[in-house]
Write a protein that binds this ligand. Sequence first.
Ligand code: NAD
Length: 298
Amino acid sequence: VKKKGNEYMKQAQPVKQTAVLGAGIMGGGIAYQSASKGTPILMKDIKEEAIELGLKEARKLFGKQVERGRLTTDGMAQKLSNIRPTLSYGDFGHVDLVVEAVVENPKVKAGVLAEVEAQVSESTILASNTSTISITRLAENLKRPENFCGMHFFNPVHRMPLVEVIRGERTSDAAVAATVAYARAMGKTPIVVNDCPGFLVNRVLFPYFGGFSLLVEQGADFQRVDKVMEKFGWPMGPAYLLDVVGMDTAVHANEVMAEGFPDRMAQGGMNGGKTAIQVMFENDRLGQKNDKGFYAYE
Ligand code: NAD
């Protein structure tokens, strides 16, 4: 951590209009949270179905607030109108900050970031929600790397207070300031961290997933491990948490972590085999996103 949040705030440019790329688990959650706290957001995906799912999730979350008497139906309609779904970059010229939340693949992300950079104004901040990929590395193809940083939300976005704001080698103070300000406007607690694979939280979390995977490969019952970790005091065990994260995201993120820290992160499973998480992924058991992971969902 380089500076206290308040020092960054003094330099913050206003973030009035935002956009999110990707309407998946995270993109949909980011759009909901931004809309809920009053900052209009464009939600772009390449698939119509993804946008429909993102909007459905937002409607569900606002609907729960109406049920609990925290929001009127008019209020819900007004908040929902803060999310503008789109398949094109049409209105990106007026966006102050874009959060990129597409698949955890360095090549795809670098391509998408270069593409969106050509559509926005010179002052627009680009922030990646990558779980693990180095921000300095992602900035390599950008024309304005000073306007780029990490903005790492946690899943589910509406419930998890922390946001890691990641400063790459060329990230400017102004970009960090605007991103910290936006995180605060979304009701989150931003922390500014330096750049490395996995940043701060995932450097702790992924070795934990690795330890869990190894136990399962050695014959442990995943449900019992989950129960033990719940008794230990954690809100959920590792198998359930992996179902929430998504096995595809976990596998891709683990590859980045293993490449960055080969001394402490395993690429594969025991005896040169596959990890339990890789096996789940290859059997299309992605977790809650397709209703089957370690557990089955309706
Ligand atoms: P997801 O698979 O649910 O969603 C990804 C979305 O990106 C899909 O809807 C896909 O259609 C869309 N997409 C792909 N290419 C695109 C493009 N060129 N333009 C616009 N949209 C495009 O994935 P997710 O779990 O939401 O993860 C997204 C990012 O967030 C990843 O970088 C991931 O590491 C990170 N993240 C995930 C979690 C988690 O728990 N799942 C937590 C924190 C961060």
